[in-house]
Write a protein that binds this ligand. Structure first.
Ligand SMILES: [Zn+2]
Length: 584
């Protein structure tokens, strides 16, 4: 059996580059082909990591004689072995993109996903790999892979060897090296850690460990009070700006502004992001659709199930926080209200179903443009609303005896725990077993057609009232580019659409009153009336023109509150659903 080793030199981080040597031994073939992934699971866009790879060359392992190395596609190289049974492939990776799914190396830290760094032999995904990393001696390294000490080269650096059981294992374990702080705790006897990078002078909240511990317990409770991993680590990157999370089997990377930890809402966002990625340790990283059972790392992997993978996870991230007593019921309801409001405001929910929007993630959600909100759905926010509706339907049908928690637990036990991915038929089977086939029909309504659920009716079961506020305010239906009055988007069917306004139009005046970015809202509010035409002065492709628009009543703002007039059993159902929440 061939063996595969990588030596990653990250000892000169200020160069923004890392140097890699892949040593492939036990060969008897005339040529070997290597590939680099084009994307990372969890982030559905081809990112073409190989565009940062350069100076690829190969030598024979025994006498270092040069071997022919030929690029055969954007991300593949063929090396002629010339009789050598060990070959070394050397290359350089430029690493200066700070996101959870890429590689970023500078004088302050080094972070990478192995998808951006490893050239792997084609058709050898089962091969184990030893990955030795050399890094500055004053830094420490964090990765979920098992490790052993290694001899550093150069001698004044530190080195660790990471052990990956196969390609998937290697690609699913990002590496963080730097002057980090590590905090640890256990849940159900399983060790957890958070490694904080880039906080500078900002102190982590004193309750950070206990808060994360409560989140882990709530997530485990959904799946029967058990944890699916031997150890879990949150890699938390902090920067001046940026936001994101990426799930892995035994770890996650979170990216947030460092100052977010110092405000109540910023810290809640951080905890919700942590809860979201942790929940993926079950939903997506283990329990996953059959089409994701074995990833193809070189091209788009299509699924119609992101409304479950991301939508249900987005539903549970906020729900875990309120169940853990980290947010109040009112705060939780405000978050759900925002999801409902965003759903109602985007016309795309009538154009492309949640299933279709999942399938098109690669060309729509991950490549948004001026028309995205008109033409497709966000399967995170809308998926969370659909998940809430499904949960409330299950609770209604079973008189509160069962919930979406039971569906998740059963789907996990009957698919992933049996060593297989799930089909949509498995989801339907589990829901039918738990709540009956009529709930399956209602799920189909939510995810296969226009999304227009009866939120008010469902939430009344759990003692929640839906209020529409400011619904009679005049509405035009435009979005602006930041800091300008240039239209970034026009909502389909809105007054702006009807009167012919288009993205890139610049609004200069309304009823002869000059408007700028800072004054648009107040000026529009002062002169616009529902049903009464207003004159807009517009610059379109450099030509001034006048347009008459007739504002309509807007979609308004959604507010959810606990209904004081609800019955005792409705209030009890509400508490069974979201918990009592933080008391103040
Ligand atoms: Zn997610």
């Amino acid at each position: 059996m061939p063996t595969l080793e990588f030596r990653i030199d990250a000892t000169r981080p200020a160069t923004r580059k890392i140097w890699v040597v892949a040593t492939y031994s036990g060969l008897d073939q005339a040529a070997v082909e290597f590939f680099m992934p084009t994307w990372t699971p969890g982030s559905y866009l081809l990112r073409e990591y190989s565009r940062h790879v350069s100076r690829v060359e190969a030598v024979a392992g025994d006498n270092q004689r040069p071997l022919s190395c030929r690029k055969t596609s954007k991300n593949r190289f063929v090396i002629t072995t010339d009789g050598a049974n060990t070959i070394e492939v050397r290359y350089r990776v430029y690493a200066h993109e700070l996101s959870v799914r890429t590689a970023h190396v500078d004088s302050s830290h080094a972070y990478w996903n192995h998808a951006c760094v490893l050239l792997w032999p084609v058709n050898q995904r089962q091969l184990p790999a030893r990955i030795t990393v050399d890094y500055p001696a004053e830094w420490s390294l964090t990765c979920s892979l098992e490790s052993e000490a290694a001899t550093a080269k150069p001698a004044d650096a530190a080195a660790i060897t990471l052990l990956a059981s196969d390609l998937d294992h290697a690609l699913d374990a990002p590496v963080l090296v730097g002057t980090t702080q590590q905090l640890e705790w256990e849940v159900h006897g399983v060790p957890h850690a958070i490694v904080l990078d880039g906080l500078e002078a900002v102190a982590p909240p004193t309750t950070l460990v206990s808060d994360l511990e409560r989140i882990v317990k709530q997530a485990a409770a959904v799946f029967g009070d058990s944890l699916p991993y031997q150890r879990y680590v949150f890699l938390a990157l902090f920067a001046g700006e940026g936001y994101g999370g990426l799930e892995h089997r035994d770890s996650t990377t979170l990216l947030m502004p460092r100052t977010s930890l110092t405000t109540e809402s910023g810290y809640q966002d951080f905890l919700a992001l942590a809860a979201h990625e942790l929940f993926h340790a079950w939903n997506v990283k283990r329990m996953r659709p059959v089409e994701f059972w074995e990833y193809d790392y070189e091209q788009e992997n299509y699924t119609r199930l992101l409304w479950l993978m991301e939508g249900w996870t987005a539903y549970y991230d906020d729900l875990l926080l309120v169940r853990a007593g980290l947010t109040t019921q009112a705060e939780y309801l405000a978050t759900m209200a925002k999801n409902v409001q965003n759903m109602r405001a985007a016309p795309g929910r009538f154009e492309l179903s949640l299933e279709e929007s999942s399938f098109d993630a690669w060309i729509r959600l991950y490549r948004p443009d001026e028309n995205t909100r008109n033409s497709s759905q966000n399967y995170y926010g809308n998926g969370a609303v659909a998940a809430m509706c499904l949960d409330l339907l299950i609770r209604r049908t079973t008189n509160g005896a069962r919930s979406l928690d039971d569906v998740l637990q059963s789907l996990y036990q009957t698919t992933f725990a049996q060593g297989r991915g799930y089909e949509v038929a498995d989801v339907h089977r589990v829901i039918a077993e738990i709540a009956g086939s009529e709930v399956v029909d209602k799920l189909l309504d939510l995810v296969t057609g226009p999304l227009d659920p009866k939120i008010d009716d469902l939430l009344s079961d759990v003692g929640i009232k839906v209020h529409s506020r400011e619904a009679n305010k005049p509405f035009l239906g435009v979005g602006f580019r930041a800091g300008t009055t240039v239209l970034a988007s026009v909502s389909d069917g809105s007054p702006a659409d009807t009167c012919g306004l288009a993205p890139d139009d610049e609004l200069l005046a309304i009823t002869n009153l000059r408007v700028k970015a800072g004054s648009w809202q107040t000026t529009f509010g002062a002169v616009a009336q529902v049903g009464k035409a207003v004159e807009l002065l517009v610059a379109r492709r450099g030509v001034l023109q006048s347009v008459l628009a007739t504002p309509t009543a807007g979609p308004g703002k959604v507010k959810l509150t606990v209904n004081e007039a609800a019955s005792e059993s409705q209030r009890a159902a509400g508490t069974a659903w979201m918990g009592a929440g933080r008391s103040s």
